[in-house]
Design a binder for this molecule. Structure first.
Ligand SMILES: C[S@@+](CC[C@H](N)C(=O)[O-])C[C@H]1O[C@@H](n2cnc3c(N)ncnc32)[C@H](O)[C@@H]1O
Ligand SMILES: Nc1nc2[nH]cc(C(=O)O)c2c(=O)[nH]1
Ligand code: SF4
Ligand SMILES: [Mg+2]
Length: 210
């Protein structure tokens, strides 16, 4: 069974695929924070911008089988499109629920499968686009993939720590908080001095879309 907070159709707002039409499947739950505000200060990941508790989001619910979930996800893609559906599994931490069976089922339906993960849990094989976003206080075990997207700044996670890892793209994403303008400026400065890194703005927040 898969427990899903919400499902929606929007444009990828972040990183290398930003601007791409995508079906988002946000799984319930995370291994680095309970999701409750009273636990935030003591959580391993304390800056999360997302509500991932329960199944009460748009189109959320429990899906008994991979086949049920895939069939439902397919309904979010324009029915007259020849372009393969691009599906982003996120959360919460999607690696807690995304299993090989669901990835295989998605591929059988002709989907392109992407994941947004904190990199602390093993992944099924054959995911088409892996984006790892390391968190300072959590050991990452997924050290290769398509995109490493570091929220910046994090005092104990300097970009240099990750440069030797096997990712194609390296992004810094300004930490969204009341100080976001300052964090954005810090990212711009860092990228100018270290051209390996690119700026990832959270375009969906700027646009006011999901
Ligand atoms: C909500 S997380 C879900 C996926 C996974 N748990 C992870 O952390 O990568 C989706 C993306 O949002 C980023 N994110 C979360 N809170 C943020 C914040 N306050 N400012 C900027 N990015 C944030 C995460 O680092 C991750 O890249
Ligand atoms: N538009 C949009 N793009 C996103 N990219 C990653 C997101 C996430 O929450 O994982 C996200 C999101 O929540 N919305
Ligand atoms: S790991 Fe991801 S989902 Fe979990 S609390 Fe951090 S940003 Fe949020
Ligand atoms: Mg988000």
């Amino acid at each position: 069974m898969y427990t899903v907070k919400e499902i929606f159709y929007s444009l990828q707002g972040e990183g290398a695929q930003s601007g791409r039409a995508s079906i988002f499947c946000r799984f319930t739950g995370c291994n680095l924070w309970s999701g409750r505000e009273q636990d935030r200060a003591t959580a391993v990941c304390s800056f999360c911008d997302t509500d991932f508790i329960g199944t009460d989001g748009q189109n959320g619910g429990k899906f008994q089988t991979a086949s049920d979930l895939c069939a439902f996800l397919r309904t979010f893609w324009p029915s007259d499109s020849n372009t393969p559906p691009y599906i982003i599994f996120t959360g919460g931490e999607p690696a807690l629920q995304l299993d090989q069976h669901l990835v295989d089922e998605c591929h059988q339906h002709g989907f392109i499968v992407a994941i947004e993960t904190n990199g602390t849990k093993p992944l099924p094989t054959d995911i088409d686009w892996i984006c790892v976003s390391p968190k300072a206080d959590a050991k990452i075990i997924i050290t290769s993939g398509d995109e490493l997207k570091l929220v910046y700044p994090q005092a104990l996670a300097q970009p240099e720590q990750f440069e030797a890892m096997d990712f194609t793209e390296f992004y810094l994403q300004p930490l969204d908080s009341p100080a976001r303008p300052m964090h954005t400026k810090a990212v711009v400065d860092y990228c100018l001095q270290h051209p390996r890194w690119k700026l990832s703005l959270q375009n969906h927040k700027v646009l006011g879309i999901d």
